[in-house]
Design a protein around this ligand. Sequence first.
Ligand SMILES: Cc1ncc(COP(=O)(O)O)c(C=O)c1O
Length: 399
Amino acid sequence: MTEDLRTPNAQPETDLVHCGRDSARQFGFVNAPAYRGSTVVHRTLASLDAATRGDPQTADFIYGLLGTPNSRELERLLSTLDHGAGAVVVQTGLAAVHVSIAAHLTHGDHVLMVDTAYGPTRRLCDVVLQRMGVETSYYDPNIGSEIAALIRPNTKLVYMESPGSLTFEIQDVRAISAVARARGVLSVVDCTWAPALFCRPIELGADLVVRALTKYEGGSSDLLLGAVIARSAELTRVVKTYADDLGSLAHPEDCVLCLRGMRSLSVRLKHHEASALRVANWLEARPEVKRVFYPALASDEGHALWERDFTGATGLFSVELHPVAREKIACMLDGMRYLRMGYSWGGFESLIILAEEGKGRTASNWRASGPLIRLHIGLEHVDDLIADLADGLTRLGVP
Ligand SMILES: Cc1ncc(COP(=O)(O)O)c(C=O)c1O
């Protein structure tokens, strides 16, 4: 029995604080310890049999690889927040991408993949799936219901990432999922940019949601973890079985850290959003900046879809600068005080990178003339970040 302090209609902020916790089992302590371990002992054959045959989300534990109280607590919270039937946590966001796709495929199948997918997702398709005899074709992120024309008899899965990596195109998840469902094709959305407080793709019609918990859910840049949240119990079972077969493990210590991060997620997200909006608006008015890619801005091409399907925006966006020599960009980036160069995002700290976008795209046009800079707006005071960026842009030496 899990102690559950939530009311059935609790708001997500309340779920974040209470859902999945079971203090009664922890001698009253608010948080569970990390249940490190491989072996789980049973006293009777009947108990071991019941655990082995039972529902992997609720039956007694069998072996550390197959689940711990920590992974289940996290899965329960994630599926509640996303209004799913179940969730499966795995060791990284990329592992979640992998199991969400490969769990359903066999030799000869076809996948439709968005052209603006996270780079390693694209590599997974072009290298790993290709080697398994699965063909991938790429589509324009703005395709909407016209995806119907690309579905083949052997198409098994349509994969979306919304917003897209680096250029933040918002996809019409409702239209694409509806077409996929009508044709018996699975729909998957990588919705890492917007935690479930801001977007719930299952409610928009998707079958599976991928989340790199490494980012906002963890929130402190000190862990790697991923999750797949499923519309149905059967899809949860298929993904969980595949993850177990691969030996995928969400380490208990990482689950504990992620749960700790998630209890304060709603407060952090509001801060990221408010600061990012201020910085994005400020950048839009700067002479060095040609365009800002941030769906929360009215000028963004995806703004109407973002308003329809999202309730908030996070701290990650890009700007296209007017053409400028690479040495000048180095002057800007090398001298930043707070916005340091580093991959990943979603932690408390602000980050900046020069994005080499466009080279890998095959199904959509990328016509930027200037360099693309991706920013993650963290939890520092926004005035300090704007001052840092103002100094950096001045170092570009644009007259
Ligand atoms: C959109 C998206 N999905 C998945 C991942 C993979 O997450 P991880 O770094 O935990 O493997 C990332 C990482 O940057 C990402 O940006």
